[in-house]
Design a protein around this ligand. Structure first.
Ligand SMILES: [Zn+2]
Ligand SMILES: [Zn+2]
Length: 415
């Protein structure tokens, strides 16, 4: 099939869902538009296969100078009229994950396919016929896989693909004692899919978060996957190691579907400089990894850019905070804390809101980390209340139990 040339103002309807104007170069010159027929044909097939309500072309044909101005080399598939960057929408109007778009585009025989943003919503597609390229631009610009299904862990088949349509990002919260009493049933019903619990802070075991045990127990009781974080006051590698050991002692015996994060945000730490801050992260996360945990780093985006050396960026699970409509970080990130003023049923006041882009639960469980080693029960069912064993001399006992996230206490009399 041919590449056709259209005049700048041409608004020919090329197919049921695509018009010449949608492929127009976004530069300021009014030049011709090149569009490969096969590109339109394949986009139309993608539209049908994904059952889209719309496909937005964010970038179609680009003249070489415009391509260069936005970071291209002027010689790629966009200048040839053979590429389109797209965002696909399902029938509910939600964006379809680019992970699923990549898999489907692979089935349709696109020659160049890549996810292009950290939130996995935009996909580059082209119809090159040689040197097939399956990339992930948030990882790097080279070929990253020969099979997107395998790469993204998406099972072939309609059921899995359907569910993947909604998996653009998982919605989660992070909580500490400051969030007070939490009704986890309501939290779950409000669409929260995971929770990161503060385990504690500093270098002493008594600095365990006062509600950590309660939150862990009650979140687990409603089947909420959890991770954890440790708020650091360390200013040296030695202190970071001590914090890690205290943290590990508090995590022991529990299971976490999400990573354990080193929370680095104290000015006192940043004041020690980039070299030392990076070393503290390696020290804390290294201790965690040695103890069988999936370690991560929580930081605000701006200090992260200033105080972390490059090797940290792709080494640990990365959780960046930046409040607003977007995360201004071009690298790969696993989780984004987007707000500190969210509202969730079952919690009074503001809650930190997060989006997660990685299936940590799958990674952690299959690797046997965070308490999920082979010999342990994975996802123990909620435990029915059991009264403690009573000493023979006593005829009553006061018990506290947790049912569906609520704590009950009362007196039991011996029969
Ligand atoms: Zn142009
Ligand atoms: Zn592109």
């Amino acid at each position: 099939m041919a590449v056709k040339t259209y005049k700048f103002g041409d608004n020919t309807q090329l197919s049921p869902h695509f018009n010449v104007q949608e492929f127009r170069c976004k530069c300021s010159q009014h030049h011709d538009i090149l569009i490969a027929e096969e590109l339109v044909d394949k986009l139309e097939k993608l539209y049908a296969k994904l059952d889209c309500s719309k496909i937005i072309i964010t970038s179609g044909m680009r003249c070489p100078s415009y391509d260069i101005s936005i970071g291209g080399n002027g010689g790629g598939q966009h200048p040839l009229g053979k590429a389109a960057d797209v965002v696909c929408y399902n029938q509910n109007g939600d964006r379809i994950s680019s992970k699923l778009v990549c898999c489907t585009a692979q089935d349709l025989g696109f020659g160049g396919i890549a996810n292009i943003d950290t939130s996995y919503t935009a996909t580059h597609l082209d119809v090159r016929t040689s040197n097939i390229w399956y990339g992930n631009e948030v990882i790097n610009y080279h070929t990253v896989t020969d099979d997107f299904y395998k790469y993204y862990g998406i099972a072939r088949g309609s059921t899995a693909q359907k569910s993947a349509e909604k998996s653009t990002a998982l919605k989660g919260i992070d909580v500490s004692v400051h969030n007070g009493s939490i009704n986890w049933n309501q939290v779950k019903a409000d669409g929260v899919q995971f929770a990161i619990l503060r385990a504690g802070y500093g270098r002493e075991a008594y600095q365990k978060d006062q509600r950590f045990e309660e939150y862990y127990r009650n979140a687990k009781a409603v089947g909420m996957p959890v991770g954890s974080y440790w708020y650091s006051y360390a200013t040296s590698v030695e202190e970071a190691k001590i914090e890690a050991q205290v943290c590990i002692s508090i995590l022991q015996g529990k299971q976490f579907e999400y990573p354990i994060y080193f929370d680095l945000e104290e000015q006192k730490a940043f004041a020690t400089g980039k070299y030392n801050c990076s070393a503290m992260v390696r020290a804390f996360c290294g201790e965690l990894e040695n103890a069988g945990y999936f370690a991560g780093l929580y930081m605000s985006r701006s200090p992260f850019n200033s105080y972390m050396e490059d090797d940290i960026k792709n080494r640990y699970a990365l959780w960046l905070a930046e409040y607003g409509s977007q995360l201004n970080y071009s690298g790969s990130v696993g989780m984004w804390q987007k707000s500190s003023t969210g509202r969730i049923a079952g919690i009074s006041g503001n809650v930190d809101m997060n989006e997660c882009y990685i299936d940590y639960a799958e990674k952690i469980k299959s690797a046997g980390l965070n308490g999920f080693s082979d010999c342990q029960i994975v996802d123990a069912p909620p435990i029915a209340p059991v009264a403690p064993a009573l000493p023979k001399s006593r005829n009553d006992a006061t018990v506290e139990v947790s049912i569906n996230g609520e704590t009950y206490s009362g007196k039991l009399n011996k029969q």
